[in-house]
Ligand binder design. Structure first.
Ligand code: PLP
Length: 348
């Protein structure tokens, strides 16, 4: 792979103790172009801007998809990637749904690996910190009219991020707006899903809640997910999470959590989960924990849920399962916890 390095890295100027999320990018990026029906050889070059034609198809008709993943440093100093194969798989599922070209797994993995190797000095040293990796693809053809682009860019850039000690979050179950419906694009990590979520999220914020809990699009009765997280409920001894039904993003952290819980002998139920079941369980004192899962925070505890005129509050400081899950996943990432699932990939 052709690598053009910056003359002087900015890494020595970074205060790794105070990293704002998503505001600092590393020195380099990876770029590959798709044209004439094929991917051309990708390269790594200094981070820079793109020239965009006003008729760029992505800007008008939204062919744009992305992934979010993390690299961390093993206790022995080796950079580690987490579940790359799953990210390639999901990126390609998003590509197919948005009528974009898929990326060969080997090309994706090589690109991420070479970029992380080059930027390894940027992986923050503290536990819970990571190098956030943002692979994405967008249409680059200029054409005024609705049809798939014939040209695309696949780009990867990275940002060092600090330990994400997220505060417990409050959720408002949505009863007016819809994120996704079966048959739609809710399962694709595509830009438009987030644009569509901004207004409902703003209304929830204005009403005093941190995030929207998305509900089914027909009756607003069944829970889907939250913002950029999947969601789990501990009811009695079982852990419930909404079943993947085509309208829910297939979170890789969600999958990791389910595998960890099942390996511990716990019962995880993936089902159509109604808000009424959750409210009823709370009334009976059986709702023990509610938490979200996603790459950025790994696990986010929920301490409040509102649904129409009902509201429940939970004492997240008493949660046992959620913090343990976060510790296991963070631990696997740095080699503190044995990777019995074979999820990590060393960048030697
Ligand atoms: C990315 C994302 C998630 C979480 O997926 P992870 O693979 O766990 O990071 C959940 N919901 C939405 C809508 C997302 O975009």
């Amino acid at each position: 792979m052709k690598i053009t390095k910056v003359k002087k890295s900015r890494v020595s100027k970074i205060d790794f103790k105070h990293l704002p999320f998503g505001q600092i990018c590393t020195d380099h990026m990876y770029v590959a172009d798709y044209e004439n029906g094929q991917w051309h050889k990708g390269k790594i070059l200094p981070l820079s801007t793109f020239d965009i034609h006003p008729a760029n198809l992505a800007l008008h008709y939204g062919q744009s998809i992305f992934e979010g993943m993390k690299a961390s440093k093993h206790l022995d100093g080796t950079p580690m990637l987490f579940r790359v194969d799953k990210h390639v798989e999901r990126m390609n599922a998003s590509a197919v749904r948005m009528c974009m070209p898929t990326i060969p797994a080997a090309m994706f993995t090589e690109a991420v690996t070479e970029l992380v190797r080059l930027e390894s000095a940027w992986i923050p040293p503290q536990e819970g910190s990571a190098l956030y990796i943002r692979p994405f693809m967008f249409a680059t053809e200029e054409y005024v009219g609705v049809r798939p682009s014939s040209k695309y860019k696949f780009v990867i850039f990275t940002c060092p991020v600090g330990p994400y000690y997220s505060k417990p979050v409050s959720l408002r179950a949505e009863s007016q707006y819809v994120r996704a419906c079966p048959g739609g694009v809710g399962e694709a990590k595509t830009a438009g899903n987030y644009a569509a979520s901004l207004f409902p999220a703003k209304e929830a914020n204005d009403a005093g809640y941190d995030q929207v809990m998305w509900m089914d699009p027909y009756e607003f009765k069944y829970i889907q997910e939250v913002g950029t997280m999947n969601i789990f409920f501990v009811i009695g001894k079982k852990i419930y999470t909404p079943a993947l039904n085509g309208a829910i993003l297939k979170g890789i952290t969600r999958d990791s959590i389910i595998q960890i819980l099942r390996s511990q002998g716990r019962e995880v139920v993936e089902t159509d989960l109604s808000i009424n079941k959750v409210l009823k369980a709370h009334k009976k004192g059986k709702l023990k924990e509610v938490f979200g899962s996603g790459t950025a925070a790994v696990v986010s505890m929920v301490n409040k849920i509102a649904y129409k005129d009902q509201q429940i509050t939970l004492d997240s400081s008493k949660y046992k399962i959620a913090p343990k899950l976060k510790a296991i996943i963070d631990g696997i990432r740095v080699g503190k916890v044995e990777d019995s699932f074979n999820w990590t990939h060393r960048v030697d």
